[in-house]
Design a protein around this ligand. Sequence first.
Ligand SMILES: N[C@@H](CCC(=O)N[C@@H](CS)C(=O)NCC(=O)O)C(=O)O
Length: 214
Amino acid sequence: MSAVTIWTLDWVPERPRGFVRDLRLRWACEETGRAYAVRTVRFDDRATNHLDRQPFGQVPFLDDGEVKLFESGAGLLRLARTGDALMPADAAGAAETTQWTIAALNSIEMVTVPWWFLTVSGRPDAGMTGWMKARLDGIEAILEKRDWLAANRFTVADLLMADVLRVPEVRAFGDRPASEAYVARVTERPAFRKAYADQIAFYKAADEARAGQG
Ligand SMILES: N[C@@H](CCC(=O)N[C@@H](CS)C(=O)NCC(=O)O)C(=O)O
């Protein structure tokens, strides 16, 4: 299969490093053995400089031949079609995997992102604590009963759910041993470690390039 191109920001501050969502796509490529290149758009004028590729001025976005996608979830589902490393071949397993992939985005991340954003910007709670607790309790109850979300095996749904749950502010929210063990189990995977290390190295090199320009 041909290589894909993952687009991300050319530089970010220290704090989001290791969490910029291009990591999800790098990780999926590592899991599936898909070759990839990383290309960049400018951090400095990100709100306006690539709206033709990402209508909200964000990253990542993906080129897979003629197919051009924004939204990390859409990119993951596309990459999951590379063999069956991330998506079961049978229809029932694939449907269950898709269900949990959407749950990671639309039931968990849709609560965790505003919650941590308010927390790091000095407005903890803001009426969201109960909502956050209910969603994290829900996923904890599932993970108490099984190691993987779908089809009794690691899938793209686990990649995404673990990426949502591994955010430090989310991990620090209450004592949830099954979720914690799940995050540890998934992030021990060599493919995650490689993608993570590559993103950290990428932004370190970007610092050096910036310093060279100044
Ligand atoms: N729903 C989008 C969210 C993308 C997103 O939040 N991207 C962040 C980086 S991880 C970004 O581009 N932030 C820069 C900004 O919003 O100005 C996706 O999953 O792709």
